[in-house]
Design a protein around this ligand. Structure first.
Ligand SMILES: [Zn+2]
Length: 938
């Protein structure tokens, strides 16, 4: 190993995991105050092909404040250029990002929420580090009343003047005297605000007990820019500081925060004040506190771990507790950096917008993300819970300990945590392993192929843009963007640092830095076209793009480490494609060649000439010559190529026919993934006849083989629930009959009969088709305490054909009394996928847009999810006009700048093009196939 340490200290860690990894190397370099962390892993795939996965992470630990990250106070700026504060005076700072002249060292924060009047008051004292003489301190505060602002200086206490500039959520504290560089100062501010009515900042939540009593709680969600709504602070990730928190509460409640409680003090009036230990240095977005009537369960191994939930659900926490203990211990060893806090609490919050949040020492979750009832939860619930805990706990190191300096590098955080979900699951719960990795890859490609997609590292400034960074590309692409195939090598160069070099292929020196740059600095990903002529294989690359505007694809060039297999050789061959076009020569002529072996690379492949036909032949006669992942990859690529008109639809459909013999979950799921949207597009055009012909059961054999119970491995169980649901939704008579029978038995038992978990979705969907069945299901939904059962009931009700029920459900979710507002996005999107509901969902979205952007926050992934989810199956010019006219009427404040809107237009245009081109082909292919089938029948 050729590692060349550059900094003052450098430590290399190598780990060996024989089952899964070749070798894993983590290099820590400390140079000055900067810690460079370089990480690479080699994973061996199922065919014991070793795939190198290189994730170079250059993260900054306890970032020193370099002047380049912020900017200087505009001392010389003329007053007329400055923004105007709320009181009409010039505001002395004109940027979104805070200046770095003064930075926080320590916050002493006291908070008193009142859960009856639903507001809170607080006092914060911030110890400052003055880097340059100044008489101005700029920090964040949003929608709160500020009072009693003082400077605690060595020469005494002074009142400060306060200016507010709401556009950037900033306060300017003005001092008569100069704050001198190097001296210690503190500012003191009192503040008051309402508990937020949304799902971010310091917000109120509530839940109903089984006896119908409504109980209120208050909890925090600060990522990305909402700490400033809870207390005045320097609300940017690089401004790390220590926090000492005190919370005042009533005796009937408890308070928890990032650190353990050290003592409780009785206050006059019967209130109690909990004092929490001082945190390590951390970013504001990771601060958390909750005041509630939660109960907890705990376990102490290497660390103290507790799970908090509402009292009536505390008996559903055993699985999460066990998982958290295992995972935290695993990470401790894996990173070889001990978990730095004395405890880790995991709290299930009844009102929670996203999936979970990695607050340091107090991770928060949706109830469905943490609560598990072994009797009523399914295999995929278990998988989901384990993954979400694995993700949030990985952030305790990546993100919390080591933090990106600014939000444009969010992908480092999220990509790494996402990657760790797979690594940690394989180690801690091998029985849960499935190839969900590949599925994530397809999802990222879907977003990344649009021309409004952002490169992995993007400049972002305003809060809406910061919020919108939290999409699939940031979460998924990094893992894939930087996949390099190799069995004996990795090279990695980052900035001025060179580390870990060996040779990659036939003596070529591989410049990984150059390869990496083509992936992380360019948006999108390449399409490689392969054409075999005798022994010669012609290769070319272009940007894969889903719009018909050719300009965005020019000037893109990737260095692509290709892998391939042929009919003559089962070993994995490699070729680095660096130019627009190139050739390679095979040792002999072959029947077929398959590139991107096991889909380990982030690129699409088109087999030109006779290429696709030879693959179709192979799949029809001996599909097992390729791995399940390879087959899934082919299905994905061929349908994607149809959408950009490189391949005809009938070719893709012809390829899909082999699916009647497919049993591997990845390939079956991918087949569903491509074919179901076709059915859906047709449903919305009322093309019943065509649709019915289309559904001729490719999957019938597989469906008929399913047993209506919970037996089998995790992947068999996931596949079973998927297949039975599909067959019931698509009215496959034997399944509908069986499900109707089971629903009636369950209803007759007043819901006490226990149904096998994996089939409940299918049974509920059939039950919800009649008004009586729907009402019965809703009653059971209302009173159920099992989160996973509730969410299945909710989904089943949303796919019912009963339009008045669908409408009522969306309205109730918005009101939030008998259905939770956190579930509104899922309800609306489910309704929009429902052939009887898509118009209702669109009307609802338009009518309630302003309420929803306030509730869920503009730019949040929830809002993009709503926009995308509701519009992505529209395929007519009328719908495109309607969508354009609505979104076109928005202003900057109401969302006109959101990237997801542009993406929605592109998707609909795409669908229209698809329909225009492919409908006639589809009809012809079906006719031909019907003739062929009836001929075979004879
Ligand atoms: Zn995350």
């Amino acid at each position: 190993h050729n590692c060349r340490p550059v900094g003052d200290h450098s430590v290399h860690y190598y780990f060996l995991y024989p089952e899964m990894f070749g070798v894993c190397c983590v290099t820590l370099q400390v140079s000055g105050e900067i810690l460079h962390l370089v990480f690479c892993v080699c994973i061996s795939g199922p065919a014991s092909v070793v795939t190198m996965l290189v994730a170079p992470l250059l993260l900054v630990l306890f970032v020193p404040f370099s002047p380049s990250s912020g900017a200087q106070l505009p001392n010389q700026a003329k007053a007329k250029d400055l923004p105007i504060a709320t009181n009409g005076q010039p505001f002395p700072w004109d940027r979104m990002r805070l200046p770095t002249t003064v930075t926080p060292l320590h916050y002493d924060l006291a908070i008193h929420p009142n859960l009856t009047t639903l507001d809170f008051t607080g006092v914060v004292r911030i110890e400052l580090d003055v880097h340059e003489d100044t008489n101005t301190v700029i920090l964040h505060a949003k929608q709160m009343q500020i009072s009693d602002v003082f400077l605690l200086a060595p020469e005494g206490i002074k009142r400060l003047k306060v200016l507010e500039y709401p556009r950037f959520h900033q306060l300017a504290l003005l001092s008569d005297s100069v704050l001198i560089k190097g001296r210690k100062y503190e500012v003191h501010l009192a503040f008051a605000a309402n508990l937020s009515d949304s799902f971010h900042g310091f917000y109120k939540g509530s839940y109903r007990t089984s006896s119908g009593e409504v109980r209120v709680l208050a909890s925090t969600q600060f990522e990305a820019t909402f700490a400033r709504g809870a207390f005045p602070c320097f609300d940017e990730p690089a401004f790390k500081a220590n926090f000492t928190i005190r919370i005042i509460r009533e005796p009937r409640h408890i308070a928890i925060s990032n650190m353990p409680m050290v003592k409780t003090v009785e206050l006059p009036g019967g209130l109690l004040e909990d004092h929490f230990d001082t945190t390590v240095k951390m970013s504001t977005y990771l601060v958390a506190y909750i005041v509630s009537d939660f109960k907890s369960v705990s376990k102490t191994t290497q660390h103290g771990i507790s799970i908090y939930a509402v009292p009536e659900k505390i008996d559903q926490t055993a699985f999460a507790l066990d998982a958290a203990v295992k995972l935290l211990d695993f990470y401790d060893d894996y990173f070889d950096i001990p978990y730095p806090l004395p405890k880790q609490d995991l709290a299930a919050i009844p009102d929670f917008q996203s999936g979970a949040m990695e607050n340091w020492g107090l991770t928060t979750y949706r109830e469905t993300g943490l609560l598990f009832d072994p009797e009523k939860s399914s295999a995929s619930d278990k998988l989901g819970i384990t993954k979400v805990i694995a993700h949030e706990l990985a952030h305790q190191w990546f993100g919390n300990l080591v933090t990106m300096e600014w939000w444009n590098d969010l992908w480092l955080n999220e990509g790494f945590a996402k990657f760790m979900e797979f690594v940690s699951l394989d180690i801690t719960y091998p029985e849960l392993h499935d190839d969900f990795f590949l599925a994530k890859c397809f999802e990222a490609m879907e977003v990344d192929s649009l021309s409004s997609s952002h490169p992995v590292s993007t400049p972002v400034e305003n809060p809406t843009q910061i919020q919108e960074m939290f999409d699939d590309v940031s979460y998924d692409k990094h893992i894939l963007a930087i996949t390099i195939n190799s069995c004996d090598v990795v090279v990695f160069i980052q900035h001025y640092v060179c580390l870990y070099i060996q040779k990659w292929y036939s003596g070529d020196e591989l410049d990984v830095r150059a390869i990496m740059d083509t992936w992380t600095l360019q948006e999108g990903f390449p399409l490689v076209t392969v054409e075999v002529r005798g022994r010669e294989v012609r290769l070319s690359q272009e940007r894969y793009l889903k719009t018909d505007d050719p300009s965005p694809s020019e000037g893109f060039l990737w260095q692509i480490p290709l892998t391939y297999k042929t009919s003559a050789s089962n070993t994995v061959h490699r070729f680095l494609l660096k130019t627009k076009t190139d050739f390679l020569f095979l040792p002999e002529e072959v029947d077929w060649v398959k590139f991107n072996v096991d889909m380990s690379g982030y690129y699409m492949v088109h087999y030109a000439g006779e290429g696709w036909n030879s693959i179709i032949k192979l799949l029809q006669h001996s599909h097992t010559a390729l791995s399940g992942n390879d087959r899934a990859n082919l299905i994905h690529n061929v349908f994607q190529l149809v959408s950009i008109e490189k391949v005809r639809l009938d070719t893709a459909l012809e390829l899909s026919l082999y699916l009647s013999r497919e049993t591997k979950i990845m390939a079956v799921t991918q087949g569903f993934g491509e074919l179901v949207p076709l059915y859906k597009l047709m449903e919305k055009r009322d093309m019943k006849v065509l649709e019915n012909q289309m559904k001729v059961n490719l999957f019938q054999d597989l469906i008929d083989q399913q047993e209506w119970n919970d037996s089998g491995s995790v992947s068999q169980r996931v596949l079973r629930s998927y297949l039975l649901l599909f067959s019931c939704v698509r009215n496959y008579a034997p399944c509908v009959t069986k499900a109707t029978q089971l629903f009636n038995q369950w209803k007759d038992s007043d819901g006490t009969m226990s149904l096998p978990v994996d089939i409940t979705m299918a049974v509920f969907v059939i039950g919800a088709r009649t008004p009586e069945g729907w009402d019965f299901l809703f009653e059971k939904y209302r009173h159920s305490l099992q989160m996973s059962v509730k969410s299945r009931m909710k989904t089943a009700m949303a796919v019912s054909p009963l339009q008045d029920k669908l409408k009522w459900m969306m309205e109730q979710s918005l009101i939030g009394e008998i259905m939770k507002t956190q579930d509104l996005p899922d309800v609306v999107v489910s309704v929009s996928k429902n052939p009887h509901g898509y118009q209702l969902a669109w009307d609802f979205l338009r009518a309630n847009w302003h309420t929803m952007i306030k509730k869920f926050d503009l730019g949040s992934s929830t809002i993009s999810y709503l926009v995308t989810g509701v519009t992505n199956q529209y395929s007519t010019r009328e719908m495109l006009d309607e969508v354009r006219s609505f979104f076109g009427s928005l202003t900057e404040e109401t969302g006109s700048e959101m990237r997801c809107i542009q993406q929605a237009y592109e998707t609909i245009e795409d669908n229209i093009r698809w329909m225009d081109k492919n409908l006639p082909l589809l009809q012809a292919w079906l006719d031909k196939r019907n003739r062929r089938v009836s001929h075979e029948d004879l």
